[in-house]
Design a protein around this ligand. Structure first.
Ligand code: ASP
Length: 424
C-alpha cells in the first residue's frame, strides 16, 4: 500500500509530461541564437534521444507488419469471418476519409484562408522549389508498380507497401493450403506457429521500447519546436490554426462520435486506451513507426481481438489517413485562394477524390503527404511549385494529422471487432 503511493507516474503520464516539456523547452530554445552553446548542446542530446527511440521503433516495424498481417489473415480465415472483416474495414476507412475531406472542404471554403494575403510574399519561395509534377495516370502507375517487389528487398529497404502485399499473399496461401478436415487444418502449418511465437516476442520487445517513449518524445518535440522558423509560422498562422482546428474536430468529434454511434463506447474510453499511440504518433509524425504502439494499445487496452488488430492496423497505417486526406484538401483550397482562384464545386469534388487517393498512396512516414500533395494540386491545375509554401510548415502540421491518422485506424479496429460474432 505504502509502496503504491510512492510509485512513479504511469507511462501515459510520463509521456504527456515529456511532450509538454519538449514543446516548452523547444519553444524557448527557438528564441536563442543559433550560435548559443547551450542550445547546441541540448539539441545534440535531444537529437540522440529522438533518433534512438525512432531507430528502435523502426527496428521492429517491418518484422511486426509482416508477422501481424500473416498471422492476422490466417486467423481471420480460420474464423470464417474474413470477408466481413475486409468489407467492414474498407467500408469504414472510406467513410471516415470522405467525412474528413468533406469537413475540410466545407470549413476551408467558409473561412477562405489566404484570400487576403499577397501572393507576391511567396513569389521567392515559389521559385525556390522545383517540384516534380506527376499526372493522375502516372501517379496510379507508380503506386501499382510499387506494390510488387522482391520481399527481401522490400524488407531490407523498409518499403512497407510491398511487404504488406507479400504478407497478404502468404497469409491467404497459408489458409488455402490447409485442408479443413485433413492433417493440415487451417492454421496447422508450422510456419504459422513460428510466426505466432515471433509476434508474441515482438510485442514483448515493443513493451520495452515503450518504456523509452517519454525520452524519445521529449527529444523529438524539443528539436521540432526549436528548429521551426517562427516568423514564417506567424505569417502562415491562420492556415495553421485552421488545419489544426479541422483535424481536431475530426479527431475529437467525428471519429469518437462514429465510435459511440456504432459501438456505444465513450470518447474517454477511446482516448484513455489510445493515448500512448496518439502521443507517439504526434511526436514521431509516422503512422508506420507508431504501429507497434498502436497494436499494443488496441489489443491490450481496448480489447480488440489479436487477429482483427493484426489485420486492420497494419493495413490502416499505410492506407487509412483521415488527417492527411483532410490536410491535402484544405491545403489545395488554401493555395487556390492564395493564387486568387475560387475553385468550382466540380473542382472541389476532384480535390476530394484526389486527396483521398493521395493519402492512401502516402506511406506512413513524416511528410509523406507533402509528396502526394503535388498530385492534388495538379488535378485542379494549381502549380505544383506551390508546395514550397507548404513545406516549411509541414512538419508542424504533420504532428496532429498523423495522430488523427492513427486514431482513425484504432477506431476502425474497435468498430470492426464489435461487428463480428463473439466466437470469432
Ligand atoms: N506522417 C503521416 C503519417 O505517417 C503521413 C503524412 O501525412 O505525411 O501518417
Amino acid at each position: 500500500m505504502l509502496l503504491s503511493t510512492r510509485k512513479m507516474p504511469g507511462l501515459n503520464t510520463r509521456i504527456f509530461i515529456a511532450a509538454a516539456v519538449g514543446i516548452l523547452l523547444g519553444g524557448w530554445l527557438n528564441g536563442l541564437p543559433d550560435t548559443d552553446s547551450l542550445r547546441a548542446e541540448v539539441l545534440y542530446w535531444a537529437g540522440i534521444l529522438g533518433s534512438l527511440f525512432i531507430g528502435m521503433l523502426k527496428m521492429v516495424v517491418i518484422p511486426l507488419i509482416f508477422t501481424s498481417l500473416v498471422v492476422g489473415i490466417a486467423h481471420l480465415q480460420t474464423h470464417q469471418q474474413a470477408g466481413k472483416v475486409w468489407r467492414y474495414t474498407l467500408g469504414f476507412f472510406i467513410t471516415t476519409m470522405v467525412l474528413a475531406v468533406a469537413l475540410a472542404l466545407l470549413v476551408t471554403s467558409w473561412i477562405k484562408p489566404g484570400s487576403e494575403l499577397n501572393l507576391e510574399l511567396f513569389a521567392g519561395a515559389m521559385a525556390d522549389v522545383q517540384a516534380h509534377g506527376m499526372s493522375g495516370g502516372e501517379f496510379f502507375a507508380q503506386i501499382i508498380k510499387s506494390l510488387f517487389l522482391n520481399p527481401v528487398t522490400a524488407m531490407a529497404e523498409g518499403k512497407i507497401l510491398p511487404v504488406v502485399v507479400f504478407a497478404i499473399f502468404l497469409g491467404v496461401a497459408l489458409v488455402k493450403a490447409g485442408k479443413p478436415d485433413g492433417e493440415n487444418p487451417p492454421g496447422g502449418f508450422q510456419l504459422l506457429t513460428v510466426l505466432n511465437e515471433l509476434l508474441t516476442l515482438l510485442m514483448r520487445i515493443i513493451g520495452w521500447i515503450m518504456q523509452l517513449a517519454p525520452f524519445g518524445v521529449l527529444g523529438l518535440l524539443t528539436r521540432l519546436m526549436a528548429t521551426q522558423d517562427m516568423a514564417l509560422l506567424t505569417t502562415m498562422g491562420e492556415f495553421i490554426v485552421l488545419v489544426f482546428a479541422i483535424t481536431f474536430i475530426h479527431g475529437a468529434v467525428v471519429l469518437p462520435g462514429l465510435l459511440y454511434l456504432l459501438t456505444g463506447k465513450s470518447p474517454l474510453w477511446l482516448w484513455r486506451g489510445a493515448r500512448e499511440a496518439l502521443v507517439t504518433a504526434f511526436a514521431t509524425s509516422s503512422s508506420a513507426a507508431t504501429l507497434p504502439v498502436t497494436l499494443n494499445c488496441a489489443q491490450d487496452k481496448l480489447g480488440v481481438r489479436k487477429d482483427v488488430a493484426g489485420f486492420v492496423l497494419p493495413v490502416g497505417a499505410t492506407m487509412n489517413m483521415d488527417g492527411t486526406a483532410l490536410y491535402e484538401a484544405s491545403a489545395a483550397l488554401f493555395i487556390a485562394y492564395l493564387a486568387g482562384i475560387d475553385l468550382s464545386l466540380g473542382q472541389q469534388l476532384i480535390v476530394m477524390l484526389t486527396a483521398m487517393v493521395a493519402s492512401m498512396g502516402a506511406p506512413g512516414i513524416p511528410s509523406a503527404g507533402m509528396v502526394t500533395m503535388v498530385m492534388v494540386l495538379q488535378a485542379v491545375g494549381l502549380p505544383a511549385e506551390a508546395i514550397a509554401i507548404l513545406l516549411p510548415i509541414d512538419r508542424i502540421l504533420d504532428t496532429i494529422r498523423t495522430a488523427v491518422n492513427v486514431e482513425g485506424d484504432i477506431v476502425t479496429s474497435v468498430v470492426v471487432d464489435s461487428r463480428l460474432k463473439p466466437e470469432a
